[in-house]
Write a protein that binds this ligand. Sequence first.
Ligand SMILES: Cc1cc2nc3c(=O)[nH]c(=O)nc-3n(C[C@H](O)[C@H](O)[C@H](O)COP(=O)(O)O)c2cc1C
Length: 390
Amino acid sequence: MLRFHTAGESHGQGLLGFLSGLPAGVPVDSAYVNRELQRRQGGYGRGGRMRIEADAAQFLSGVRHGQTVGSPIAILIENRDWENWKETLAVEENPAARAQSKPLSQPRPGHADLAGCLKFNLHDARYVLERASARETAARVALGALAKLFLRQLGMEVASHVVAVGSVKLAGESVPFGRILALRDQEIVLNCVDPETEARMKAEVDRALKGRDTVGGTFEVVAHGVPPGLGSCGQWDEKLDGQLAQAVMSIQAVKAVEIGTGIENAAAFGSKVHDEIGYSREASRFTRPSNRAGGLEGGITNGEDVVVRGYLKPISTLRQPLGSVDLETKEPVKAAYERSDVCVVPAAGVIGEAMVALVLARAFLEKFGGDSLQETRRNYDAYMQQVRNL
Ligand SMILES: Cc1cc2nc3c(=O)[nH]c(=O)nc-3n(C[C@H](O)[C@H](O)[C@H](O)COP(=O)(O)O)c2cc1C
């Protein structure tokens, strides 16, 4: 069973990621993992923090001589900004340092500040936001990179692109996977496959910047080469569409998740929605001329690309803060502001790739097992023969 966790705070010493259950023998290229971390840091509209950090993964366990060895993997990503926060976030009680640091007591509408203070009985939202912050996702992206390296060994690739920033949307039907994958070789601006749309997306971010505002949008993650039969219709929590939805919804600021063209489908008649079934005798496989189901039917993959979209709200830290209430005085105040991003849709797409890869790797290992990559591959090959023989 593939399991993963993260620990660490936004301005703490570093982020930690833990992954257990990955078979032995998966080649691990740390340059690839670091490249994924850099992709998460990129994109037009990121704030000053991303210029401070230069994320790199240190493998503390589970990887030896460029391969997984079957033991739990622990990864550390140091926070460069920690130098400036050692006092504010000191581990030991230090009354002098504490007296100097001002509590963050003007909760930001839309952030975790107020809900977290109420929950944990805190008067300083600093302790809440440090963990709620999406800085945590650096650890998820590092772990997701390992899941991607595993999936790649079995013929699967996961990629993402941005389909909307604010009111600017990519027009047209589904984008060929090759075009989405090709974006990886370019520096991320807004990660849109169409340069003209990307230019309009950039102008939308500029408009938000100029208005001292923020802007959300939509990313799409596509997993290619996924076999039929992952997930199950057996129980509610075995359904892979549900697991993917939870994984993508767990990304900070994602407020809606869509599988395939689920939202559009809800407004159309069935005859215009469902993907007809064909069969290719040469390939010995069932075919679909369209993929509006996003590769999932009954909570089970059907052999088509898995397509998941995440919808992000605009970032809640505003240069022109909304109204709030001081946690101590209960008087009306303006919400707190600190250095912040304006648009994070491309970065959220990279995080989405990591989450989708982790969920697919887990479902894959649940079905095929294996303590070594060779064993997993043997089981997988035998199953694919059975699928072709159906
Ligand atoms: C890549 C990424 C970067 C983010 N950067 C910021 C930021 O700079 N400032 C901010 O207020 N929120 C930022 N967020 C969103 C907050 O972390 C998020 O809104 C907050 O934790 C509350 O959680 P919720 O929006 O999921 O309810 C970011 C989200 C992502 C995915």
